[in-house]
Ligand binder design. Structure first.
Ligand SMILES: *Cc1c(COP(=O)(O)O)cnc(C)c1O
Length: 398
């Protein structure tokens, strides 16, 4: 007996710790009936027996082993995106660029050629011009409005990469027509759908093979996650899952997946609010005497078939006589910052991006007018946002 009267051979503190370590509550099937999916914040999953482990490794049983490959919270997000995009399967990534690079690298090999529309998201363009060039993969850039040029470029290509509307200049394409051209040539087609989201555009239903997103933007919707996702039929997604994702390792974290699931719950109402506010601000800018033109797909004629609405990221071009740095500094609600898709309104002056000093792309001209400014219209309220813009323009006008 010791001083406390306990038997020396009873369970000591260390043994109790070991006992407690073995306590596992299994409720995999229904997650305790939680209305919100739990964050399964674990790197690995253990097996109950040698037989189960062997079965899993033989591929006879599909269950999580290690969170680089499969994690239940990430899987909930993937299944939701697959549903939203009207397709079978999806894969989450740690960023939109991880989704883009893993997807593209799954379908090309050295010597191959990609056909891509012009005015891509700049880092996708840089990926093509730098890393892919080092792998001896070439890219033919085409005007997505010119279907003859696309028809001419496609034969023999390994991949057709689209974005509609395109980055910065916001040019919408006839996605169904372009996807049909790719199908005819047997070329796998991919589209970046970050701008429209599945609320306004469901490219799989238009004949595109794979649809990807920077989930950092509208899907997440709260400016608190960097993430990506690609969706499509099982056969193509499985190729990415098996051939690329495990080795490039750009996986999505359970906590970020959980934030994305929360964001998705309000996606339809957020998108409708962004659409209304964005169009309202775009129309007011269009009639402003200091504005030369507004690049917003909702202002033109009809939207192309398959694009059911517009989000709130667009650009406009100032006339001479507006000091753009002074305008930028005067804004109070619109913050200077990249990215988009959250609550906050944001502004990016083109000249800053064009002057981007570092990297291999300093000399690349993206064809953006130096007097153009990109806006993301957030959810602060249109009147306050318009007053902010109007006042800053007035202040910056000579
Ligand atoms: C931001 C963005 C990306 C890249 O996504 P990240 O999550 O930042 O890696 C890709 N495409 C478009 C259109 C984007 O705006």
């Amino acid at each position: 007996m010791n001083a406390n009267g306990a038997q020396e051979d009873r369970v000591g503190p260390e043994d109790a710790f070991a006992e407690a370590s073995m306590t596992v509550v299994h409720d995999e099937a229904n997650a305790y009936d939680a209305v919100v999916p739990p964050i399964v914040q674990t790197s690995l999953f253990t097996f109950s027996s040698y037989a189960e482990m062997e079965e899993t490794y033989k591929g006879l049983k599909n269950r999580p082993t290690y969170s680089r490959g499969l994690n239940p919270t990430v899987r909930v997000f993937e299944e939701k995106v697959a549903e939203l995009e009207h397709t079978e399967d999806a894969l989450g990534f740690g960023s939109g660029m991880a989704a883009i690079s893993s997807t593209v690298l799954t379908f090309v090999k050295p010597g191959d050629r990609i056909v891509a529309v012009k005015h891509l998201y700049p880092d996708a363009y840089r990926l093509f011009q730098t890393l892919l060039a080092r792998l001896n993969i070439t890219v033919t850039y085409v005007d997505g409005k010119d279907q003859d040029a696309v028809t001419e470029a496609l034969p023999g290509a390994a991949l057709f990469y689209m974005e509609s509307p395109t980055s910065w200049i916001m040019e919408p394409h006839d996605v169904r027509a372009l996807a049909t051209l790719a199908q005819r040539q047997g070329v796998v087609s991919v589209i970046d759908n970050s701008w429209a989201t599945p609320i306004f555009q469901r490219p799989i239903t238009l004949g595109v093979d794979l649809v990807l997103h920077s989930a950092s933007k509208y899907l997440g919707g709260h400016s608190d996650v960097v993430a990506g996702v690609v969706a499509g039929p099982h056969a193509l997604i499985d190729k990415i899952r098996k051939q690329t994702l495990p080795y490039l390792g750009g996986k999505l974290s359970p906590f970020d997946a959980w934030l994305l699931i929360r964001g998705l719950r309000t996606l339809p109402i957020r998108m409708k609010a962004h659409e209304a506010a964005g169009l309202d601000i775009a129309r007011r800018l269009q009639t402003h005497p200091k504005v030369a033109s507004v690049q917003h797909p909702g202002l033109g004629n009809r939207l192309p078939a398959g694009l059911d609405g517009t989000s709130s990221l667009f650009s406009f071009i100032f006339r001479e006589g507006v000091d753009i740095p002074a305008f930028s500094d005067r804004l109070r609600l619109f913050k200077l910052g990249v990215s988009w898709g959250g609550h906050e309104s944001l502004v990016v002056p083109a000249q800053v991006v064009r002057n981007q000093a570092a990297g291999p792309n300093s000399a690349i001209d993206f064809g953006i007018d130096p007097r153009s400014v990109r806006l993301h219209v957030g959810l602060e309220g249109v009147e306050a946002l318009w007053n902010d813009l109007k006042e800053a323009i007035e202040h910056a006008s000579r």
